[in-house]
Design a protein around this ligand. Structure first.
Ligand SMILES: [Zn+2]
Length: 241
């Protein structure tokens, strides 16, 4: 079963690479259809996820800030693993590329510290880490094969993903969890309901805004501004005077 899951996961990311090529080949195309799902866009989710995580980071700790940026950004878009990137859903692809870029830069910074995520992973190689990775992959696989805004937008899925992150890298747990929670909170404000209490069928929606309207832009800009301010504030004690 695990072999099957891994095969599907690899296929999923092969598809992602293919979609990227297709996207680059049609760069001139300006017609966007991502909003058809009625979701907050990925950029808003990432910005708010990182800002929420940085609010809980330790002041004066590079390791904590790096963990917040990694955990918050991944947690911020993880619920949308139920959208397969495609030409019709470019936003999903864009979001994953942004998070991948953020994670790479953050890990480069982290590798220069002594008590960061990299050090933790090296010191905790073992069965729990492997089990956590399998669980994370299995939940992603399951999410990719469920309806949008159903399983992955539920408290059950959030708990499952958080447990997987706990097994893989405990220092990321808090930041991942708050990033994931921020995604659900933002999506609840949307007109299209999310199945927060899956497997119950009832959806939850505050019907406050639509996907790609003014609210999305405001949330995105505010998220980036707050994240930048928080990062500056957290690292301020370390800056040379
Ligand atoms: Zn969502």
């Amino acid at each position: 079963m695990f072999t099957l899951i891994i095969k599907e996961y690899v296929q999923l990311y092969n598809d992602l690479g293919y979609r990227l090529s297709a996207r680059l080949a049609t760069k001139g195309e300006t017609h966007e259809r991502d909003g058809g799902f009625g979701v907050m866009m990925s950029n808003a989710h990432i910005a708010v996820g990182v800002a929420s995580a940085l609010a809980l980071a330790q002041t004066g700790s590079v390791e904590s800030c790096v963990a917040a940026v990694i955990g918050g950004s991944i947690g911020g878009i993880m619920a949308d693993c139920d959208i397969t990137p495609s030409r019709a859903h470019k936003d999903a692809l864009r979001g994953r590329l942004i998070v991948a870029g953020i994670a790479v830069v953050a890990m480069l910074v982290d590798s220069r510290t002594d008590l960061g995520v990299c050090s933790y992973l090296v010191g905790h190689l073992g069965l729990p880490l492997v089990a956590g990775l399998f669980l994370f992959v299995a939940l992603t696989f399951l999410g990719a094969h469920t309806d949008h805004r159903s399983f992955t937008h539920s408290l059950v899925a959030m708990a499952g993903f958080c447990y997987a992150v706990y097994l893989v890298c405990e220092p990321l747990l808090l930041y991942f969890a708050v990033g994931y929670a921020s995604h659900l909170v933002l999506d609840v404000t949307n007109k299209q309901p999310i199945r927060l209490f899956w497997p119950l069928r009832a959806g939850v929606s505050l019907k406050l805004c639509t996907a790609r309207g003014l609210a999305n832009k405001i949330v995105c800009v505010a998220g980036i501004a707050v994240a930048a301010l928080l990062l500056w504030y957290r690292l301020l004690p370390l800056l040379p005077v």
